[in-house]
Design a protein around this ligand. Structure first.
Ligand code: GLC
Length: 427
């Protein structure tokens, strides 16, 4: 075997966060949140979303656009009031395929927004006579001045579509609808995917105060009930992926340096699906002294960890598919590294929830509540759910019993429809 036991133990040790470190990170995150809310320098921007929690009684048919994950989704959603809804129609397309890549800058912004407009033309075929309000879930840090106007601050998750940073994204979308003659669509609202998740959760579980995405990217929002400097009481999109009071390993530093935006999104680069596979690749390259960086993905990691046999035969197949033949014992060692990355990710996300819960409870007790979470990492990756729960108990102690993290799927679409319902009342 090419792997020295001592080196493996060192790597796993460097990726392991103990209870004390988790508590420190949770405290630092709360401190940073509160600095930003007071308008002071902090690593998270804490962006106001200009919308509060829904009543659950919103009703009508609305369009929803989900832009910012792996797939683009155009949906027609019927809100029935009484917390009931139905997806009437949906058109979904990947942003990246073998034939095209809409995110890496090879397509112009007009091409990207025209692609989206074409999806709505398909969605509304035969329904051109009715007018619809649209809610846009745009999952990137955006500076809003109201529920419609959001300027993209900076691309994250390695997106690099030219000419969009600094622009009002809904205007770019409206221009594309105009180019395609879709004059029966009125864009009413734009929200982050975390905000959409929280709105969707508020429609079903009214005690929810935190919405979270744990997927390609990682971010949280929460309902801020007190008005801070120049901010109304509203849901705050934290952009917690940009939190940086962390203890990065050598490989986190390396990954950051070669990323699209070095220095930014430091927490996200340690926890999210877009980056965890790259971290594993860097470490395996180092561990085995490989000439090239392998191309592991988060999906590979899930596959590797799904094999819990001592021989790690199935895991070995996935690993050798990326790096060639393995010597006996190596697959199990690489699985240990994979687990250490996943467990660290879940514990860091737990620490971020704990920081928000402390902010929300102030000097009092943490109120009983759900945390609404959507995303492929939370849904599918082995070890994530249990370690998140364990991390919450380590940081919060018995108070963690008040908190129920729950998977809520499809929040991006439902939340966008709710935002459109709320916003269109004011138009
Ligand atoms: C990135 C984006 C953020 C989004 C998250 C999850 O962190 O900056 O806006 O919520 O990914 O998609």
């Amino acid at each position: 075997m090419r792997i020295e036991e001592k080196k493996l133990a060192e790597i796993v040790g460097e990726l392991t966060l103990d209870k004390e470190q988790l508590r420190e990170i949770a405290c630092a995150l709360r401190f940073d949140m509160e600095l930003a809310l007071q308008g002071r320098e902090a690593s998270m921007p804490m962006l106001c979303s200009y919308i509060g929690m829904p009543s659950g009684q919103e009703s009508g048919e609305f369009l929803a656009l989900d832009f910012g994950g792996t797939n683009l989704r155009a949906e027609l959603i019927r809100l029935k009031g009484g917390s009931q809804y139905e997806i009437v129609r949906i058109v979904a397309r990947p942003l990246v395929t073998e034939e095209y890549n809409l995110v890496n800058g090879s397509a112009s912004r007009e091409q990207v927004f025209d692609f989206i407009a074409d999806m709505f033309a398909e969605l509304l075929e035969g329904m051109e006579h009715s007018t619809y309000y649209l809610g846009h879930t745009f999952s990137f840090p955006s500076k809003q001045t109201d529920i419609y106007n959001a300027r993209l601050l900076v691309w994250t998750k390695e997106f690099a579509i030219p000419g969009v940073e600094g622009e009002v994204v809904n205007d770019l979308l409206a221009e594309a609808f105009a180019r395609k003659g879709l004059d029966n669509i009125r864009i009413a609202a734009v929200i982050n995917d975390t905000v959409a998740e929280l709105l969707a959760a508020g429609y079903c579980w009214p005690d929810t105060q935190i919405g979270s995405i744990y997927a390609t990217g990682s971010n949280n929002c929460y309902m801020e009930r007190s008005a801070y400097v120049n901010r109304p009481a509203a849901i705050i999109n934290m952009e917690s992926g940009s939190f940086d009071k962390l203890a990065p390993s050598r490989w986190d530093v390396m990954l950051d340096k070669t990323s699209e935006k070095p220095g930014r999104q430091r927490l996200e680069k340690m926890v999210s699906g877009r980056y965890m596979g790259e971290l594993l690749s860097l470490i395996v390259q180092d561990l085995l002294g490989l000439p090239e960086r392998p191309g592991f993905t988060a999906i590979d990691m899930s596959g590797i960890m799904s094999d819990d046999t001592a021989a790690a035969g199935a895991a070995g197949k996935i690993i050798s598919g990326r790096i060639g033949a393995l010597e006996p014992g190596e697959a199990a060692c690489i699985r240990d590294v994979t687990e250490a990355i996943a467990i660290r990710s879940a514990r860091l996300v737990a620490a971020s929830y704990a920081g928000i819960l402390w902010h929300l409870s102030g000097a009092g007790q943490i109120a009983p509540q759900h945390i609404a979470i959507d995303g492929s990492v939370y849904e599918y990756m082995p070890h994530i759910k249990e370690n998140l729960q364990k991390g919450l108990y380590e940081v919060l102690g018995e108070e963690a019993a008040a908190v129920t993290p729950m998977l809520l799927k499809g929040g991006s679409g439902l939340g966008a429809a709710i935002a459109a319902a709320v916003a269109s009342k004011e138009l």
